[in-house]
Write a protein that binds this ligand. Sequence first.
Ligand code: GLY
Length: 358
Amino acid sequence: MAIARNLLLLISALSSSSVTSAASSSSGLPFVINTWGGPFTAATDAAYLALVNGTAATALDAVEVGCTTCEANQCDGSVGYGGSPDESCETTLDALIMDGATFAAGAVANLRRVRSAVGVARAVMEHTAHTLLAGDQATAFAVQNGFVEEDISTPDSRAACAEWRAAACQPNYRVAVSPDASVSCGPYTPLQVDNTTSAQTQASHDTISMIAIDASGAMAAATSTNGASHKVPGRVGDGPIVGSGSYVDGEVGGCGATGDGDIMMRFLPCYQAVESLRRGLTPQEAADDAVARMVRKFPTISSGIVVVDNQGRHGGAGSGWTFTYAYRGGVMNETVVVSVPPIDTADSSLAYRGQIQL
Ligand code: GLY
């Protein structure tokens, strides 16, 4: 089964545009890899070219450039301003940046009225001794650091929110409330919780998570997202959580995640994957293992992670959807997109070294 899966990954890679190497080999340095293809490849190209032409001096600069590109062009609408409005129609942002050499990290959660979430995350890293700032105080910090405070809603995000309200506020993340949130808008009051109530899984959840290796071999990672559409105001996803949205240890490798952050953050899948690399698993094995752990507890979870070792060898795994990731390294002329079929939970070879009982 493992051979069949690797063959499938290779065929997927070969059928995407401009393949110069198989999914798990290294293209050389500098190297950039991130969740998702399509519009997210603009971020891959921006980060890679910034390293090649020197406008990004380091891997840390490159992941900031890449995620900022996605925040500015909105990628598929799931990153940056004007996407995923919450129940009150507001777009809020989560972001994280991490230096694989120093373990310095900065993050913002539920950032309001500021576009450059990953830039503010870097300011948290460089101008505080903290790791994570949230909400209005993160906005105040951003303004103190020269970022512009502005309305980050758009006509599209306002229309999406109005449509949601017209559709009886469906889908809806409230549970055990009155009136019944599965058929009705709020305001809600809590009901007695019983074991039959179950939470709505996310209806939308894409994210850019990026790892870069610069020519010196230094590594960095970053994540940026506007979270889940129609979330409860104040909700923070996996994006700004170190080890969940992304993670990097330059001695070993890095990982970036996308998917249902409310569940994924309970597993720290990127920490798990990087530690698996440290213990000798390949990037593909580490990705499969981290996703299999989540699927075992939550069989319908939508997830995707991309894992890269410090040489640029990579792999990806996902569940609940066909996950894609993009990479560009060495002297590649263009970005390659790898399509990853959902993990096959019947594949007993995923129980690497007996860690997982599926
Ligand atoms: N993975 C993005 C989120 O759930 O917020």
